[in-house]
Ligand binder design. Structure first.
Ligand code: NAP
Length: 255
């Protein structure tokens, strides 16, 4: 696949690291101009842009901490400014809702109401509001890709709130796919399994080993392996896929 996205623009939320960074790199490699969004780590987002530019691609950073007051307005303002500067217009072809908050993994009995509000604010409400606000920029034939999780399909009681929020995100996929079909905008979810995002937890053998065993291939996924699925959905080759949930777990849900 070479330059399948030349002339396209993309926003990847939470692309300062992990799967989001790999997705931003993947989309840029295919020719898209990428808005690299971060929450708190501007330097990491700038590193993502640096990697894209080193690769011959084009990108710019935008910062907004989702789940805080005014974040969606801030994000949209910076997005429109960046797009205008780089393209002379404010068209957004591809929106990837990737940023997410995770829980420390509490027993359901110990979850607080505040934790539920915070997780839902970032993982479900922010993507909804972002899509709602960005729709005016997305042309017919555009793409919306929501990064969900395999935990919506397997029981992990300590992750129940996170899983509930990703379940809500999958509902956004389903209903918007129908709503936006007349405009040929496709809306899909990608479900990663345990993916080595470089965090300290995944380097600990007591975490890494059991998580590796989940996949049929008996290892963790790499961010690029999820990003490749997202990039595919963003291309014209995936034009007949909408309202779908694509498994990117290395066979973690085979039973
Ligand atoms: P990650 O390495 O933890 O990175 C999270 C990204 O989201 C960062 O760029 C972070 O930006 C941003 N972010 C987090 N909270 C934010 C907020 N409130 N406002 C704005 N940005 C925020 O994530 P990942 O592991 O690559 O996961 C990416 C996606 O895949 C997420 O949707 C996650 O739920 C999903 N997923 C991951 C796995 C896995 O095993 N890694 C498995 C299943 C699903 P800053 O650091 O700049 O704040």
């Amino acid at each position: 696949m070479t330059s399948t996205l030349t002339g396209k623009t993309a926003l990847v939320t939470g692309s300062s690291r992990g799967i989001g960074r790999a997705t931003a790199l993947g989309l840029a490699r295919e020719g898209a101009l990428v808005a690299v969004h971060y929450g708190r780590d501007k330097q990491a987002a700038q590193e993502t842009v640096g990697l894209i530019e080193k690769d011959g691609g084009r990108a710019f950073t935008i910062g907004a901490e989702l789940g805080t007051p005014g974040a969606i307005d801030q994000l949209l303002d910076q997005l429109e400014t960046g797009l205008r500067e780089h393209t002379g217009a404010t068209v957004l072809d591809i929106l990837v809702n990737n940023a997410a908050a995770t829980t420390p993994g509490n027993a359901p009995e110990d979850v607080s109401a505040e934790q539920i509000d915070q997780i839902f604010a970032v993982n479900a409400k922010a993507p909804f509001l972002l899509v709602q606000r960005a729709l005016g920029l997305i042309p017919d034939g555009g793409r919306i890709i929501n990064i969900s999780s395999a935990v919506t399909r397997m029981a992990m009681p300590p992750q129940v709130v996170y899983a509930m929020s990703k379940g809500a995100l999958d509902q956004l996929t389903l209903h918007l796919a129908r709503h936006l079909a007349p405009r040929h905008i496709t809306v899909n979810s990608v479900l990663p399994g345990a993916t080595d995002n470089g965090s300290a937890a995944f380097q600990m053998p007591e975490v890494r080993e059991p998580m590796s065993q989940l996949s049929a291939f008996k290892r963790l996924g790499e961010p690029e392996e999820v990003a490749d699925v997202v990039v595919f959905l963003a291309t014209d080759r995936a034009r007949w896929i909408t309202g779908a949930s694509l498994d990117a777990t290395g066979g973690s849900l085979l039973g």
